[in-house]
Write a protein that binds this ligand. Structure first.
Ligand code: IPM
Ligand code: MG
Length: 407
């Protein structure tokens, strides 16, 4: 099994496979015989359905996680907690203390989506988005991995020409707990002309840059060995330090080819020639924007999962699409991004590679069998809703032959 940090680890780096409570169950009351079959591995997963289509897609992903896990001898203990607008309505805040506590105690967190028109006019501390940012900060999940791969089955869904889109396979590594999203000072004020102002601070420390850069180098070396660091070092001091630190770290990763690009150019190059990119590392706000752009190369944001991980605690796994309130509750949502997030949860959160592969293989098989939700429909394919898509993926999970450990 390939850990991202499988090679030499001269520094403390991200433990992407925390073996916390996911150990085989110990035999507390009975003596284990040496010949006993392997005990099931048991993990606790906090489920945060959230708002809009969140509950629908999470419910599908949870079932698939359970079944794929059971084929690998894994048991899950699920605990569902409110977050976002749902939490504002039920408890009065977007991230209740109990929700953060449950998330921190668990082995991994699966989130649906947050937000909706209903809460758009709320004050900042009562916005669903604030709950998500508090959750990321509370879990310390500073590294956000957002893959954007164009699947052969869906190449026609891309708005780019086939020859540009075909074969695109990018991983955006976004810094998630620093930069302008969290920097101080921030707020509203008045300038010396008496004009109202709003201000934020883009700030990064060397250690914050180093830790995200190390994750990105490690991700890149497990992929095609190319890392592009995106910044605005021609203008911003925070970016100048970013570029300096990333360049310094490159000597530790001589097997990775590092390049730098200004963010405006990167936005253009992603559309012009996306295949030039393998792994991209960037700050919080540039990562927010570029990962949405990269996702659209693939044709459907409804297909893309994400993983947010910390140095040692539980990771947060969520689809990158939002809560889509316009189609919520209509059984139209594409659950595959959340299903694939469950696969990332298994791989990056629990180190359960085989179970992750089961889910990913089942998703590909389901697409090969022609099932499509509305966002990825094309001629001659079968249009299905969220639930049915989940049932078809489950059928594929169930029909898989045992995967060998070498897979
Ligand atoms: C994302 C979203 C969030 C962000 C919002 C909902 C706070 O756009 O996960 O990309 O800006 O990080
Ligand atoms: Mg975003």
């Amino acid at each position: 099994m390939a850990a991202l940090h499988a090679k030499v680890r001269p520094f403390k780096t991200l433990d992407l496979y925390p073996k916390r409570s996911g150990h085989p169950r110990t035999c507390a009351r009975f003596r284990c015989s040496a010949a006993a079959p392997p005990r099931p591995r048991s993990y606790s997963v906090t489920i945060l359905p959230g708002d809009g289509i969140g509950p629908e897609v999470v419910s599908v992903a949870k079932d698939i996680l359970s079944v794929a896990g059971s084929h690998e001898g894994i048991e899950f203990r699920f605990r569902e907690m409110p977050v976002g607008g749902a939490a504002i309505d039920s408890v009065g805040v977007p991230l209740p203390e109990e929700t953060l506590a449950a998330a921190k105690e668990s082995d991994a967190v699966l989130l649906g989506a947050i937000g909706g028109y209903k809460w758009d006019g709320n004050e900042k501390h009562l916005k669903p988005e604030t709950g998500l940012l508090q959750l990321r900060a509370g879990l310390g999940v500073f590294a956000n991995l957002r893959p954007a791969a164009v699947l052969p089955q869906l190449v026609d869904s891309s708005t780019l020409k086939k020859e540009v889109a075909e074969g695109v396979d990018i991983m955006v590594v976004r810094e998630l707990t620093g930069g302008i999203y969290f920097g101080k000072p921030r707020g509203f004020g008045t300038n010396d002309k008496g004009d109202n102002t709003g201000f934020n601070t883009e700030v990064y420390s060397a250690s914050e840059i180093d830790r995200i850069a190390r994750v990105a180098f490690e991700v890149a070396r497990k992929r095609r060995g190319k890392l592009c660091s995106v910044d605005k070092a021609n203008v911003l001091e925070a970016s100048m330090l970013w570029r300096k630190r990333v360049t310094m770290l490159a000597s530790e990763f001589s097997d990775v080819q590092l390049s730098h690009m200004y963010v405006d150019n990167a936005a253009m190059q992603l559309i012009r020639d996306p295949k030039q990119f393998d792994t991209i590392v960037t700050n919080n706000i540039f990562g927010d924007i570029l990962s949405d752009e990269a996702s659209m190369l693939t044709g459907s944001i409804g297909m893309l999962p994400s993983a947010s991980v910390s140095e040692s605690g539980p990771g947060l796994f969520e689809p990158i699409h939002g809560s889509a309130p316009d189609i919520a509750g209509q059984d139209k949502a594409n659950p595959l991004a959340t299903v694939l997030s469950a696969a990332m949860l298994l791989r990056y959160g629990l180190g359960e590679e085989n179970a992750a592969k089961r889910i990913e293989t089942a998703v590909m098989e389901t697409l090969n069998r022609g099932f499509r939700t509305g966002d990825i429909i094309s001629p001659r394919m079968t249009l299905v809703g969220c639930k049915r898509m989940g049932e078809e993926v489950l059928k594929s999970v169930d029909s898989q032959k045992a995967l060998t450990a070498s897979l």
